[in-house]
Design a protein. Sequence first.
Length: 173
Amino acid sequence: MIYREFDYKIFYWVNGMAKVSKWLDYFGIFCAVYLIWVMASFTFLYFFQISKEVNRLRYLFTLVGSTVGAYILSAIVGFGYGRGRPFSSLNEMHQLIATSFSHKSFPSSHATIAFALAFTIFWFNKPLGIVMLILAALVAWGRVFVGVHYPLDVIAGAFLGGVFSYIMYRLIM
């Protein structure tokens, strides 16, 4: 299938950058594992920057609804699709972090949550939202870079996180 060829080519291009530079490896691991926690902290701190109580509640419901809902949808899709991790089926790739063979690859839960967080901020504060979307893209890139997801896994996660966040925002507003 043509989309698999595209997926593998992009995967090998991004993952091929691993183990070239120790500093790039550290940055990739930070993006893949820890950056999502930085993003979650920003979304929590942003709550206290909102001046009106009504907007705080709207933000909180959008944030919780979109992240929890997108994560659940990601899990359902993943269990239904059942795609394995790149390190379980590809040769000549670099795996920089450990994760279980039994965990799903498609869609990426990290990308789903990162983009749900980023889009939630975006609906309430466009400039800060753009920064958060860039951070979410770095999370997605990091997951491919360290060898635990294919590019289409993180693209699907970004789509799920963004769409679910938009739906929650429209329902709440």
